[in-house]
Design a binder for this molecule. Structure first.
Ligand SMILES: Nc1nc2c(c(=O)[nH]1)N[C@H]1C(S)=C(S)[C@@H](COP(=O)(O)O)O[C@H]1N2
Ligand SMILES: [Mo]
Length: 169
């Protein structure tokens, strides 16, 4: 709701100023696939059905440290909705899985299912859609936030795809 109002205001301002307000264009959905039961295009509407989480993070990027409050959902919860396929006959098969996050520019970073599973590492890796209370604009609608990472390298922006694979193959 808050975001809709922000975008409407920005669009009106943009119209008045005669500039485009692409920051509020409908975000491209994220293709979630690979070893999952329900491959799907995950969009804002879907993410808003999951519990929202907020994190203050500080990370280095391009030589400076930035500090931001991000809002989003846990990557783990999105993977749970998609249903990671595991072989019940193989001990802790989930610990073989990797999660590849791909940006629109082809930039990629990998997480392991074990690092984000609440039963194991429990890292609060997020898919964020708001930064400092506003929709994430020019860097894309959705970005990974990896609280505790020293550098911003895994904060993949403009996410277009999330792929689950067996990392041992
Ligand atoms: N899609 C995409 N995401 C990306 C990158 C990139 O090149 N492409 N660079 C990463 C790197 S190296 C850093 S340090 C952070 C910078 O994030 P910031 O703009 O919030 O400082 O974005 C990360 N996310
Ligand atoms: Mo970086």
């Amino acid at each position: 709701m808050k975001m809709v109002r922000f975008c409407a205001a920005l669009t009106l301002l943009g119209m008045a100023a005669g500039v485009s307000t692409s920051a509020c264009a409908t975000p491209l959905p994220i293709r979630v696939g690979g070893d999952v039961e329900h491959p799907a295009d995950v969009d804002m509407q879907f993410l808003q059905t999951l519990p929202a989480t907020h994190r203050n993070v500080a990370y280095e990027g391009g030589g400076n440290v930035g500090s931001h409050e991000y809002t989003g959902v846990l990557l783990w919860n999105v993977l749970q909705s998609a249903g990671v396929i595991v072989d019940p006959k193989r001990k802790n098969d989930i610990l073989r899985k990797i999660v590849i996050v791909i940006g629109a520019d082809g930039y990629q970073a990998v997480f392991s299912a074990g690092e984000i599973s609440p039963d194991f590492g429990g890292a609060q890796i997020m898919i964020a859609f708001e930064m400092d209370g506003r929709p994430i604009g020019q860097d894309g609608a959705f970005r990974i936030v990896a609280p505790g990472d020293k550098r911003g390298g895994r904060f993949v922006s403009n996410i277009v795809e999330i792929k689950v694979k067996d990392g041992t193959k």
